[in-house]
Design a binder for this molecule. Structure first.
Ligand SMILES: [Mg+2]
Length: 289
């Protein structure tokens, strides 16, 4: 395993250990290895700290079978999916390993611990975690444009709708479609066509707010944007900016948007944006049917 590829300084470990001697030794070792680590002396303190900080690991003592502690691990895994749980125990033999792993812990370390073993286990958990994150990112990404794909579009749209209902905040949806893309493909070939799709994906990525809005390749030459906490004015502004970016390009796109209002469904939002898109495609002004 190559250590150089893992940046330990990105990890933040919470060490839950009552024994002060062992706790200090553990913190010293972790800090020597390059990890950021903080101590907790009780379960309630650890849970409080997990809520307030962004930890990536919980290293927790577990002396003897303790069903209450197992429940805590389970809750941590459910409520903080970004936290990997590593259990340290003085009872290596006969301990219900299966139960601890079922409760969501990633692995076991024996007490007293060996620094080498501890490091190897933490390393493996980091590599597994990062690989899983990469795969899940790939499964929702459109490989050509780097935008999200259609599958993720519906997931996010549902989430955004639920949030808008809960918080009484508007959000908007823009649907976009390249004009005469088939003719472009037929004339210039598929490589040139792909280049247009990539370029349009780039325009979308550049114009939306990072960390708030999200861009999607819906399929073929159709795209979508979900604008968080955005009213009609904001949706219009984004459409206007996209049109402006297209002025210097050799292709064009039509677009339509819808803005959430109470009682709207995912289907309703998509249909309304789709109708507006269709009108824009036919170049029908807004005030005509
Ligand atoms: Mg089209």
């Amino acid at each position: 395993m190559k250590k150089a590829s893992i940046d330990y300084s990105k990890e933040h470990l919470l060490v839950l250990e009552k024994d002060p001697h062992f706790r200090e030794e553990l913190l010293r070792t972790l800090s020597f290895l390059g990890f950021k680590a903080d101590p907790a002396t009780s379960v309630s303190q650890a849970l409080e700290m997990l809520k307030e900080n962004q930890f990536t690991f919980l290293l927790s003592d577990l002396t003897g079978p303790d069903s209450k502690r197992l429940k805590v691990f389970h809750d941590v895994v459910l409520n903080h999916p970004e936290v990997s749980v590593l259990v340290m125990t003085t009872v290596p033999k006969g301990y219900p390993y299966k139960e601890v792993i079922s409760a969501g812990a990633s692995d076991f370390v024996k007490k007293p611990f060996e620094a080498g073993e501890l490091e190897a286990k933490v390393q493996r958990i980091i590599l597994d975690r990062d690989r899983r994150a990469e795969l899940s990112e790939l499964s929702i990404t459109d490989s050509l444009t780097g935008l999200y794909n259609q599958r993720h579009f519906y997931t996010r749209l549902k989430e955004e709708l639920a949030r808008a209902k809960r918080q009484f905040r508007p959000f908007s949806l823009i649907l976009l479609d390249l004009d005469d893309f088939k003719a472009y493909n037929d004339t210039y070939g598929h490589f040139a066509g792909d280049e247009v799709l990539r370029s349009f994906g780039g325009i979308i990525s550049n114009l939306i707010r990072e960390g708030a809005d999200s861009g999607y390749r819906y399929g073929g030459d159709e795209f979508a944007i979900i604008l968080t906490e955005a009213d009609r004015g904001m949706a219009e502004e984004i459409c206007r900016r996209i049109e402006k970016s297209l002025e210097e390009k050799e292709y064009n796109a039509s677009m339509g948007y819808s803005t959430y209002s109470t009682g709207m469904t995912v289907k309703g939002l998509v249909e309304e944006a789709d109708k507006a898109l269709y009108k824009s495609k036919l170049r029908i002004p807004d005030d005509v049917g």
